[in-house]
Design a protein around this ligand. Structure first.
Ligand SMILES: [Fe+2]
Ligand SMILES: [Fe+2]
Length: 439
């Protein structure tokens, strides 16, 4: 950066062909704070200026042999354009004075003979003016230089900001990708847990998934937000995870056949389920729903005997879906769907809130009407490579070691076909996949 202040040298050049005049001028400024240069001709004056570009004041006689004062002043402008010029001339020489001002760029003329005091003051005033102009010029240059630097910094800044923006965008993309991957892994883990749960008892096959399917449909119809719906999905898939600690004999018993001790053990499963997932922060909301999936609207449920709206809505939804799926599994009626709807209706006000009824009917019909006998269709066993999107499974598909891969009456999509093919490589089922085809 240029400095903001600078000392301006006080230099003055007198040009006159008469040595005695030069001497008297020198004498006049001997006590003044000026460095005085003298030249006895225009040529000598120009030479001095060539070597001293910082001379600020030039005073020249007009009448000189070889080169006149006007000519010298005119030529001096090319060497020291900023210097202030003055001409010394006799009273009568008005033309020369006008010429000196117009052509020689002179600031003014000084009449001969001059008064010493006046001349010194005139030179001092001229220098003051010169120093102001120089300071002005210097400051203008400082501003120009600063502007140049600011422009340079702006460009660098712009470049830096662009670079940073690209880096941030790339980082964001990578974070988003990792986040999506984490989310997808999380979902797969929940499904894997749910599969393990269904594996625990043969007749629980697809129970968790059915409860999840119905619950999600109810949640969507009720307009719950994405976060609540996700918690409901997870809680529905894992709602009976606490049953893992329950003795096998209880899993195959109906509640009405259990002794009071057995019933007490059975009633532990919602709390155990919540405890099992509580260590995972992202599952805390779902854990709360798991805890309350056996509460009843009339307060006669367990584990906490919550009543009415004190029961979290998600838990009420899962409870209704769970009730529907358990009821249809035990049902031997000709029309199980109507039977379930009737049972649900009967339980309104006792187990469930009335407002749930209008939301549950459609998901229940949608899920279980797929399971109704298909008179015009037959089962066909096909190999995984022949599976097509849109086909519907006619039997559950289990891996070679008995893991439930897909429930009965499930519509195949690209993802499920891919998963099935993978299992046929790592844990091959003993048969092909059974699907429904038209007679
Ligand atoms: Fe349960
Ligand atoms: Fe259940």
């Amino acid at each position: 950066m240029t400095e903001l202040s600078a000392k301006i040298p006080k230099k003055i050049l007198f040009v006159d062909d008469e040595e005695n005049i030069l001497r008297s001028l020198k004498r006049l400024f001997i006590d003044e704070d000026f460095e005085v240069f003298t030249a006895s001709s225009g040529m000598e004056g120009l030479d001095i200026l060539e070597d001293n570009h910082d001379i600020g004041i030039i005073v020249s006689d007009q009448r000189m042999p070889e080169m006149s004062g006007v000519e010298f002043l005119e030529r001096s402008q090319r060497v020291v354009p900023d210097a202030l010029r003055m001409v010394l001339t006799g009273y009568a020489d008005v033309t020369a004075a006008v010429d000196a001002i117009n052509r020689g760029g002179a600031l003014r003329y000084i009449a001969k003979p001059w008064k010493d005091e006046e001349l010194v003051q005139t030179i001092k005033d001229a220098f003051h003016r010169y120093s102001l102009l120089q300071e002005n010029k210097r400051l203008t240059n400082v501003i120009k230089e600063q502007n140049r630097e600011i422009r340079k910094w702006n460009k660098e800044l712009e470049f830096y900001v662009q670079k940073q923006t690209v880096e941030i965008q790339n980082n964001n993309k990578e974070l988003k990708r990792l986040n999506e991957r984490l989310k997808s892994n999380f979902k797969h883990t929940i499904h894997a847990f749910s599969n393990l749960l269904e594996l625990r008892t043969e007749d629980a096959g697809s129970h968790s998934r059915n409860v999840a399917e119905i619950s999600v449909k109810i949640a969507r119809q009720m307009g719950l937000d994405a976060k609540e719906t996700e918690a409901i999905t997870i809680a529905a898939l894992l709602h009976d995870i606490g049953k893992i600690g329950i003795p096998d004999r209880l899993l195959f018993k109906g509640l009405e056949d259990m002794s009071s001790d057995e019933l007490n053990i059975y009633k532990l499963h919602p709390v155990r389920g919540q405890t099992a997932v509580d260590a995972i922060d992202d599952l805390r909301d779902a854990g709360r729903l798991i805890r309350h999936h056996h509460e009843s609207y009339n307060g006669k449920g367990f584990p906490d005997g919550l009543k009415g709206d004190a029961i979290p809505l998600g838990a009420q939804i899962i409870s209704a879906a769970d009730f529907a799926d358990r009821t249809i599994r035990k049902c031997s009626e000709d029309n199980p769907v109507e039977y379930v709807i009737k049972k649900l209706t009967d339980a309104i006000g006792k187990r469930f809130d009335l407002r749930l009824l209008k939301y549950i009917e459609e998901p229940v019909r949608g899920l279980y009407s797929r399971s109704l006998p298909k008179q015009h269709m037959v089962e066909l066993e096909i190999q995984p490579d022949d599976l097509k999107e849109g086909m519907v499974t006619a039997k559950e598909v289990k891996s070679g070691t008995g893991l439930l891969l897909l429930g009965k009456d499930m519509k195949l999509n690209g993802k499920s076909i891919q998963i099935l093919k993978r299992y046929y490589q790592i844990d091959p089922p003993k048969t092909g996949v059974f699907v429904w085809v038209n007679r």
